[in-house]
Write a protein that binds this ligand. Structure first.
Ligand code: NGQ
Ligand code: ZN
Length: 479
């Protein structure tokens, strides 16, 4: 197997920035890790020089790809008080028009945008399983396979999370008409998971999602875990016991109130009491947690999946970031509804939300790592990798809590000729990018050892954008 050797002027290693870093890639993985002081063995192997700032690619831990095509369509005041729940009606109406070819076109465009903004992996929380009328597609995995195709054609890494969605509320009411596409019984769901697990490879990982406690009754939750334990190993050989498990948990105050009324506990507390929550879990929108839930959740090693731009857009509320980090909690970021597709904007707003309520500055940073940008970036890499169920998000080694399949060679290079970065050093580079970067700075992107973005352009962006335009224009005209 041929070894690629890169020589980075500056690279972000697990302990922080280092200069003159030699990076070896073989079969899509970091080979020897990064060796410092390349000059010591200069000339041993011809290395490709990389000017610019080399960072690990960021995992995006929460995406509903189809929602990208409706971004901006729910920003007009409606007849009733506008809220998360009225946005959801707009979303349902849009979802009912998206078929497999449409989904492939939308997701590919979205994934190109993700790659160009610095995301190299995405977790798809996928629940559009059935045809709009509620019947299965001829191939029950048709919609899931459209997402896999989109990942393959763009080159982004994918954790596919087929999602169990059974009821329309905590009271166990059946799905409403406009939720019918999402439904599954536990057995059908397990068969879909088993089938998709046969697709696992270096870029595609399969986990599971439970849509929310609203959508999954308590006895179904137990049945899913019993059923998963009986599945055969995935094609990748990774056991079921390492699959990532995601759930929307406590996004809206109304959801917390309903959970208290019906299940006698707040959602995070209920989940911690009734499910084996550990480092495989990602609790998306753990927005509304009290002090006790904050401490308990942090202690599990699960990831709090935060989606600051979507949570702001939907009027969700604010996560208690400082308290959770103080308790040792792990976070990651997702672009969720894709009202914005940018790790920079999501990390920035994660911090800005906290500044606005606490009336303080540099809330996420602490004494051990005073740079806010570095703290947020490092946290989101760690939590994003954990939520993806893969050893990604670092330029060497692997996270001991993750499968030891080797760290995938995913990186992004920031343009060092941008005026924004003039005079910047490793001490302030990430702070400048995250808080002041509005023009794109991501110049090159590698996933699994392959360059997919070079010189600010994705290798297939023109074709993918043209197909997206045609599909979205037709969807809008058919409304
Ligand atoms: C979703 N999105 O499944 O797309 C949800 C809305 C719901 C977010 N929670 C629907 N951001 O939670 O019922
Ligand atoms: Zn979501």
């Amino acid at each position: 197997m041929k070894t690629q050797v890169l020589h980075a002027a500056n690279a972000w290693l697990p302990d922080g920035w280092a200069s003159d870093v030699r990076i070896e890639v073989e079969g899509g993985r970091w080979l020897a890790g990064a060796l410092l002081d390349v000059r010591a063995d200069a000339g041993a192997v011809e290395a490709e020089p990389i000017d610019g700032w080399v960072l690990p690619g960021m995992p995006n831990l929460h995406s509903h790809a189809f929602q990208r095509a409706m971004s901006g369509l729910a920003e007009r005041r409606g007849p009733a008080d506008d809220s998360f729940w009225t946005w959801r009606e707009v979303m349902y109406a849009f979802a009912s028009r998206v078929g497999p070819d449409d989904l492939r076109a939308i997701a590919s465009q979205l994934y190109v945008e993700m790659l160009k903004s610095g995301y190299t992996h995405v977790c798809e929380f996928h629940y559009l399983h059935l045809q709009p009328d509620g019947r299965p597609y001829a191939d029950p995995a048709a919609m899931a396979l459209a997402l896999v195709d989109a990942a393959q054609e763009t080159g982004i890494g994918l954790t596919l999370l087929p999602t169990l969605y059974m009821t329309g509320g905590f009271d166990g009411r059946p799905l409403a008409e406009r939720q019918r596409r999402f439904g599954h019984g536990v057995d059908g769901f397990l068969r879909l998971v088993e089938r998709l697990r046969m697709l696992e490879d270096a870029r595609v990982r399969v986990g599971v999602a439970l849509h929310s406690l609203r959508a999954v009754p308590a006895d179904a939750l137990r049945a899913v875990f019993d059923g998963l334990a009986a599945l055969p190993p995935a094609r990748s050989g990774l056991p079921v016991s390492m699959m990532p498990i995601h759930i929307h948990i406590a996004e809206q105050v109304g959801e917390v109130e309903d959970c208290l009324a019906v299940r006698g506990a707040r959602p995070v507390a209920w989940l911690l009491d009734h499910a084996p929550v550990d480092a495989r879990w990602c609790l998306v929108h753990a927005t509304h947690i009290d002090a006790d839930e904050t401490r308990r959740l942090a202690a599990t090693g699960a990831v709090a999946g935060l989606c600051p731009t979507t949570e702001a857009n939907l009027g969700d509320g604010l996560f208690p970031l400082r308290e959770y980090l103080d308790a040792g909690g792990i976070i990651g970021i997702g672009s969720d509804s894709h009202i914005s597709v940018s790790p920079v904007e999501d990390l920035r707003w994660l911090e800005y939300g906290q500044r606005l309520v606490t009336r303080q500055r540099n809330v996420a940073a602490d004494a051990t790592r005073p740079s806010t940008g570095e703290t947020l970036f490092a946290q989101a890499l760690l939590g994003g990798a954990r939520a993806s169920g893969l050893a990604i998000g670092r330029l060497q080694g692997g996270d001991a809590a993750l499968p030891s399949v080797g760290a995938r060679a995913d990186l992004v290079v920031l343009d060092d000729t941008s005026p924004l970065l003039a005079g910047r050093t490793s001490a302030n580079l990430l702070d400048t990018w995250i808080f002041a970067g509005n023009a794109p700075l991501v110049r090159d992107v590698m996933v699994n050892g392959e360059w997919v973005v070079r010189g600010f352009r994705h290798r297939d962006e023109a074709r993918i954008a043209a197909r997206y335009r045609a599909v979205v224009t037709r969807l809008m005209n058919s409304a």
